[in-house]
Write a protein that binds this ligand. Structure first.
Ligand SMILES: Cc1cc2nc3c(=O)[nH]c(=O)nc-3n(C[C@H](O)[C@H](O)[C@H](O)COP(=O)(O)OP(=O)(O)OC[C@H]3O[C@@H](n4cnc5c(N)ncnc54)[C@H](O)[C@@H]3O)c2cc1C
Length: 258
């Protein structure tokens, strides 16, 4: 008899998050998303792994001799609506940890501890997502989840990368947006001159004016910010400063370690 796929979806209040545990999960596959990022899918079949949109995990390769240790945190780039696996998407680098991750072949295992964190999609309110670079990962999961579950809330994503080639998940996000018009996405590129691809879109960082114009189309949105520490700090200062957004309406995930 076929084993039913693992059911990841768990709803409820932030006080009812699934309990983190240690799992040993086999790699299903990996793929290059861009010149600088890769996605790794791990099977959760036959385990009790459950998570909320969109929590994080810690990934460990206990034997790896890395100056900063064998463990890294990653937001999940998968959605709880995608059954039987979880995925992480990360910037490629030449550290022993990342080399061990890149070398994984299907069937090889990694230690996972999770789910972790409370960077959670609010199902009751519209939202404005602000992503810098690889900070797109939890928002890919949230958009996939919103699309798969028919979530009717208006949601907007402003996504910034240095060059268009680094806009990970662009084709998929555009496709989600076409099929679910309440889920909109806009891009900006901060270093268009360094791009090999022609870019006719918006340039420059995510700034106060763009955020304000986008937020005006939403009724009392929650704001979510994810990216490297400097990006998150800049954007949160814009939100709480000139835009006057109450701190309680802002959630952020800082990708420490870059
Ligand atoms: C909640 C959370 C979610 C994250 N999600 C993602 C994600 O989805 N995708 C992704 O690519 N990355 C993510 N990160 C970052 C990720 O955990 C790694 O830190 C990052 O990928 C860099 O790892 P590395 O091996 O390439 O670099 P390394 O240079 O080896 O850095 C890794 C670790 O070493 C520490 N370190 C390095 N240099 C110093 C220094 N000079 N002083 C002190 N400490 C130092 C960092 O704090 C970091 O923990 C996330 C981080 C957090 C906290």
């Amino acid at each position: 008899m076929a084993v039913p796929p693992t059911v990841h979806v768990s709803e409820g209040s932030p006080f009812e998050l699934p309990r983190p545990q240690r799992y040993v999960l086999p790699l299903l596959d990996s793929r290059r998303e861009s010149a600088t990022a890769m996605t790794f899918r791990f099977s959760t079949e036959g385990t009790s792994f459950r998570y909320r949109s969109n929590q994080a995990i810690r990934l460990a390769f206990p034997g790896v001799d890395d100056p900063w240790g064998p463990v890294r945190s990653f937001s999940l780039s998968s959605s709880p609506s995608e059954l039987g696996f979880i995925s992480v998407t990360c910037k490629i680098s030449d550290t022993p940890f990342k080399r061990a991750l890149e070398r994984l072949a299907p069937g090889d295992t990694a230690e996972v501890y999770g789910p972790l964190g409370a960077f959670l999609l609010d199902g009751q309110r519209p939202s404005l997502f602000l992503a810098g670079g690889i900070g797109i990962t939890p928002f890919r999961g949230m958009y996939r989840y919103a699309a798969d579950t028919g979530d009717p809330q208006e949601r907007r994503l402003l996504y910034s990368a240095r060059v268009p080639e680094e806009l990970v998940f662009r084709a998929e996000l555009d496709e989600i947006s076409r099929k679910s018009p309440q889920l909109q996405v806009q891009y900006t590129v901060t270093r268009p001159k360094e791009s090999k691809e022609k870019w006719n879109g918006r340039t420059g960082r995510i700034g106060a004016r763009w955020i304000r114009e986008t937020a005006e189309t939403l009724d009392r949105p929650r704001y979510y910010v994810a990216g490297l520490p400097s990006m998150v700090q800049d954007v949160v200062m814009i939100l709480t400063g000139p835009l006057g957004v109450p701190e309680d309406d802002i959630d952020y995930e800082v990708f420490r370690g870059y």
